[in-house]
Design a protein around this ligand. Structure first.
Ligand SMILES: NC(=O)c1ccc[n+]([C@@H]2O[C@H](COP(=O)([O-])OP(=O)(O)OC[C@H]3O[C@@H](n4cnc5c(N)ncnc54)[C@H](OP(=O)(O)O)[C@@H]3O)[C@@H](O)[C@H]2O)c1
Length: 264
């Protein structure tokens, strides 16, 4: 398998790390491009890895092209490579935020296999929740895209019409969860812990809660029932949070974020 990553910035770099950790497919060549390649120089010593500023060369030598540039750079990159795209050979995987498959097809002026991916920043620690959708041709290759992103967390295949919703829940979701963790840590400081201890307590408890659901497959309320003694302190705190609008404010925040993303 010959793969090119066009735009090896934060996300492209993480994807490259994920690809290198994959033993499910044979990586023959990995082309990494960016405009200034100084930050990638250490990679050029690795076998089968080529570093370049030349997107055209990368496309010529690859079967799979991963687009990981900022949205404002996408049309320039596609213009540069479109004459070299061969629909019989190439599969395009785009992780460019907000750019629809149809837009990419239009910019390329052809129908080619395209998979669109929406990872989140936890991809850099191999814990992304990545949503994938594909056009008709891309559906044949979606398993391959899943293999890549499964090496960097979890994947879910969704209809492209749900991509904005997925962006709110999973990409913006990182920020929402960070705030919940921060609020817990602030409470922990008020209850007597030093800031670093407070953060450790909040983060590990959050990880533990998520792991309980992942391992058991239970509904959150089943786990809540296990820790809410009748007339106890947990239900007291939980109900006070709900009186103050905890669930409601989260849902309203998600909807506000969704409304905003649809205006951008
Ligand atoms: N970071 C995430 O976790 C995340 C999550 C979901 C989606 N995304 C999306 O993924 C894309 C990349 O995000 P990022 O955070 O990795 O951005 P980034 O760090 O800015 O990386 C973009 C890279 O593209 C390179 N580039 C710009 N023009 C180019 C060209 N003509 N040819 C080749 N390379 C070029 C830049 O190279 P130079 O540095 O040399 O200029 C830069 O390294 C964005 O569309 C973003 O919205 C990111």
């Amino acid at each position: 398998m010959k793969i090119a990553i066009l735009g090896t910035g934060n996300l492209g770099y993480s994807i490259a790390l994920g690809l290198l950790s994959q033993s499910d497919f044979k990586l023959k060549n990995l082309y990494l491009t960016k405009r200034n390649i100084t930050s990638l120089e250490s990679w050029s010593k690795l076998p089968n890895i080529k570093i370049s500023t030349d997107n055209k060369k990368a496309v010529r030598f690859s079967d799979v092209i991963i687009l990981a540039v900022q949205p404002k750079h996408l049309s320039g990159v596609l213009n540069e490579i479109k004459d070299l795209i061969n629909p019989k050979r190439h599969t395009i995987i785009s992780v460019v935020t907000g750019r629809k498959i149809l837009e990419i097809e239009k910019m390329l002026g052809m129908e080619v296999a395209i998979v669109r991916g929406m990872p989140n920043t936890a991809i850099s620690v191999g814990q992304s929740m990545t949503c994938l959708s594909a056009n008709k041709l891309g559906k044949n290759n979606i398993e391959f895209a899943k293999t890549i992103f499964n090496s960097l967390g979890k994947t879910m295949c969704i209809e492209e019409s749900l991509m904005q919703s997925a962006t709110v829940i999973c990409a913006s979701g990182i920020a929402f969860w960070m705030r919940l963790i921060r609020a817990t840590a602030q409470g922990a400081v008020q209850l007597g812990f030093h800031a670093e201890e407070a953060q450790e307590l909040a983060v590990q408890t959050c990880l533990g809660a998520a792991s309980l659901l992942v391992k058991s497959g239970n509904h959150p309320e089943q786990e809540i029932d296990k820790v809410t003694t009748p007339s106890g302190c947990t239900i007291e705190g939980l109900n006070e949070m709900e009186h103050q609008g905890l669930s409601s404010s989260i849902i309203r925040g998600l909807v506000a974020s969704f409304e905003k993303i649809n205006q951008i």
